[in-house]
Design a protein around this ligand. Structure first.
Ligand code: FES
Length: 355
């Protein structure tokens, strides 16, 4: 069967026009319905033939990189100097945060100038000669690799990276300084906790207040078998730090028969069988709230850590790694329960591993 013009057989490989290399690296198709015009001849730019123009371009690029560096310095200065709550009017945005506006403007300018400098450098000074790249097998032959290396070196030479030291140095400066913007943002992580995690609001002489009524607790208020929660005298829900302080100082009280207390220090730190322990679980800090009066065990509802209040708050089950801290208590002249100091160890979770 003979093939018809335009049929599939017409598109067989031997009917395609052959490509031949033209002069000076261009490729032209010598025959076929869609003639490949090849690459246009390279036209030198002004900077290629006029060293003064090339110098001007170099200075422009260097200026852009320098502006980027200054903008980064401006970013850091704004971050340090501008108050976080200062509002300014800026047309056409209206009332905006001065700090946010300054940070956005300076960081944007720093990044833009690096990009603009790189583009201007590429467009005016780096080689712009186009050349076809023949497709080749993925596994390159050693000669090809050598050629690539030679091309790379040639490209590096044509980019004038080594020769235009002003551009190179300012670019390195701009790229090195931009990450500093991110470094100063670490300040937003807030102040270091210092020794705040080591102390609670408890101190000698503070009365134990019933957490529900905020009234002083007396020994007769604590019955055997009951679980009572307490907070330090002077705590007020109106205090902005109330929750933070309560999260460390929350206390639970139980009354045991003194003969049931197995730990000698616990007995010494109790008053007439009343013992006071931190309410904050030493696993990950849930408030403990379940008391089993027969065994004197308290249970954390989060992951079931269980502590023995008759044995120094020791962990008897669960993931908690440390006993509950105990608060030493006594009775003041008014007959109210009072603290005889702060906890002698940090309360709560994870702190232990930090030493
Ligand atoms: S927080 Fe108490 S057991 Fe996990």
């Amino acid at each position: 069967m003979s093939s018809q013009p335009g049929s599939h057989e017409d598109m067989s490989e031997e009917k395609f026009p052959e490509r031949t290399s033209g002069h000076e690296g261009t490729v032209a198709v010598t025959d076929g319905p869609f003639a490949d015009p090849g690459l246009p001849p390279h036209e030198p730019r002004r900077q290629d033939i006029d060293e003064q123009a090339a110098k001007r371009s170099e200075r422009t690029v260097a200026l852009l990189f320098t502006i980027s560096m200054l903008a980064t310095v401006g970013f850091i200065a704004s971050y340090v100097a501008l108050p976080i709550d200062k509002i300014v009017y800026i047309f056409p945005f209206g009332h905006v945060s001065a700090l946010n506006f300054a940070l956005g403007l300076t960081l944007g300018l720093a990044l833009f100038c690096i990009g603009a400098g790189a583009v201007h450098w590429a467009r005016t000074l780096m080689s712009d000669e186009e050349m076809p790249q023949e497709r080749h097998p993925i596994e390159a032959e050693p000669e090809v690799k050598a050629q690539v290396l030679a091309d790379f070196r040639q490209g590096a030479k044509e980019s004038q990276f080594g020769r235009r030291k002003l551009i190179r140095n300012t670019m390195f400066g701009a790229l090195a300084m931009v990450p500093l913007s991110g470094l100063v943002l670490l300040r937003d992580l807030g102040p270091l906790p210092e020794d705040k995690l080591r102390h609670t609001a408890w101190r000698k002489g503070l009365e134990l207040m019933n957490m529900n009524t905020n009234q002083p607790l007396r020994p007769e208020d604590i019955q055997v078998g009951s679980l009572t929660f307490a907070q330090p005298q002077g705590f007020s829900e109106d205090d902005p730090n109330y929750q933070t302080e309560l999260a460390k100082a929350a206390l639970m009280l139980v009354r045991l028969h003194p003969q049931d207390i197995k730990d000698k220090r616990e007995l010494d730190w109790s008053h007439d069988g009343i013992v006071a322990f931190s309410k904050i679980c030493t696993h990950v800090g849930c408030p403990i709230s379940l008391y089993e009066q027969q065994t004197h065990h308290v249970l954390c509802p989060c992951h079931q850590s269980t502590f023995d209040l008759s044995d120094g708050g020791r962990v008897i089950f669960g993931p908690a790694g440390h006993a509950l801290p105990q608060l030493q208590i006594g009775v003041n002249a008014q007959g109210n329960l009072e603290a005889l100091g702060d906890f002698t160890e940090p309360v709560g979770p994870s702190f232990w591993e930090r030493g």
